[in-house]
Design a protein around this ligand. Structure first.
Ligand code: NAD
Ligand code: TYD
Length: 399
């Protein structure tokens, strides 16, 4: 039986990962460590907390005493470090918190894991470790900076490589807005306080691997979407605002491009990297699913409008009338400072080495996601009280 220490699992991706793992494996134990910041919600993992395989610890990943205590009490096999400050806009207003949590917190997790897992020294003086242990740092494609957008109108993606062709098998529409992609060879070039702090974390993880031979992996994923996504990020914010009949704030011209991946596909990739990833390696995870923000917003409007026609029972969730769900809701607001233009991942390596594929087509994933928000109004309504209202007012009030 393996025991996982999963940090940040009361947040979006960590919670989806825990749900995925508990469903997939019977014989695992999971310790969740989460500080429950504004982004962490026990409601998100309500069912999992009742599961005898799960222990929840509230606390900070930067707290050495607390984290060592967990390692002393439990025989942890895998650390999966999701915990982070994760929102670019918040990093622009409060960069220091991002360095504290994302860099120092990660270093503390590494240090505690190293102490707990070390068995002695080899003849060169490097620490030796208990077998089967691994520290997986959940990182982001944003550490690579911003790609150029070479085409205003997306072009069909021509794929030469047989491996990559297999990654997108069965999909009819594969498009790109540029000629280049993030690969393992792309230099680190972060531009926001958020992505810089995640890069700092990646570098300290690499330093622990090089200096102490710590068994680590780093995964760098593109933008996720799906259930339990906090409604400060683009897709859930747009869904929530449509349902409330509020304006939809689109930054700049709405022409920035992101590569969207359904969250369960990310969870699956992390499971595969834990089980089979070569120690010390970095794996890029993404879906060849590029789209401009404005098109994501329009697609979300169209999908909700259609669902309201096809399944009138959903109208009870609306705080506006069905007629108001149209493109007039779109409002262009001033751009994000230092707004990265385009992200796009080439996931060939993780496919070739571990057989991972982005299985959920965007058309299906976005439907599932929207339906989830329609079916779970209580979840997002609880979250958008208090701190969220202050945040929203500050972020969008005079924009
Ligand atoms: P999130 O903001 O939804 O959740 C973060 C969680 O971490 C919350 O539960 C929060 O309470 C917890 N947390 C914050 N600071 C903490 C601390 N000091 N100690 C303990 N817990 C703390 O984030 P998310 O979107 O689920 O992202 C999870 C990870 O995945 C992050 O490391 C992020 O950088 C990375 N990532 C996110 C995306 C994305 O699209 N959301 C894409 C690629 C990578
Ligand atoms: P976001 O979900 O914050 O993710 P990230 O910045 O990490 O990619 O934003 C996705 C894109 O949507 C990004 O280009 C910024 C844009 N955006 C808006 O246009 N309006 C919004 O209200 C938000 C939150 C984001």
């Amino acid at each position: 039986m393996k025991t996982y220490l999963v940090t940040g699992a009361a947040g979006f991706i960590g919670a989806n990962f825990v749900k995925y793992m508990l469903k997939k494996y019977d014989d695992i134990a999971i310790v969740i460590l989460d500080k429950l910041t504004y982004a962490g919600n026990l409601g998100t993992i309500k069912e999992e907390l009742k599961d005898s395989r799960v222990e929840f610890v509230r606390g900070d990943i930067a707290n050495a005493e607390l984290v060592s205590n967990i390692f002393a009490r439990r025989e942890i096999d895998y650390v999966v470090n999701f915990a982070a400050e994760s929102h670019v806009d918040r990093s622009i207003t409060n960069p220091q918190l991002f360095l504290q949590t994302n860099i120092l917190g990660t270093q503390n997790m590494l240090e505690c894991a190293k102490k707990a897992w070390t068995t002695g020294k080899d003849d060169k003086g490097y620490p030796t470790y208990l077998p089967g242990k691994k520290f997986l740092q959940v990182s982001t494609d944003e550490v690579y900076g911003s790609l150029t957008k070479d085409f205003d109108v997306p072009q069909p993606l021509h794929i030469e490589d047989e491996n990559v062709r297999r990654v997108v098998k069965g999909r009819t529409k594969i498009q790109t807005y540029g000629r280049t992609f993030f690969t393992g060879e792309t230099p680190l070039d972060p531009r926001s306080p958020y992505s810089s702090s995640k890069t700092g974390a990646d570098l300290i993880v690499r330093a622990y691997h090089e200096t102490y031979k710590m068994p680590v992996n780093i995964t760098r994923c593109s933008n996720n979407y799906g259930p339990y996504h906090f409604p400060e990020k683009l897709i859930p914010l747009i869904i929530k605002n449509i349902l409330e009949g509020r304006k939809l704030p689109v930054y700049g011209k709405g022409d920035n491009v992101r590569d969207w991946l359904y969250v369960e596909d990310h969870a699956k990739a992390i499971d595969m990297v834990l089980a089979g990833g070569r120690v010390g390696e970095i794996y890029n995870i993404g879906g060849f699913n590029e789209e401009q923000n404005i098109n994501i917003v329009k697609l979300t409007i169209d999908t909700i409008a259609r669902l309201m026609q096809e399944e009138p029972r959903y109208r009870s969730v609306l705080k506006t009338s069905v007629e108001n769900i149209n493109y007039d809701l779109i409002t262009y607001v001033s751009d994000r400072l230092g707004h990265d233009m385009r992200y796009a991942i080439d996931p060939t390596k993780i496919h070739r080495e571990l057989g991972w594929l982005p299985e959920t087509k965007f058309a299906d994933g976005i439907q599932k996601t929207i339906r989830w928000y329609l079916d779970n109004r209580a979840w997002w309504e609880t979250i958008i009280s208090g701190e969220y209202r202050d945040y929203y007012e500050k972020m969008y009030g005079n924009r």
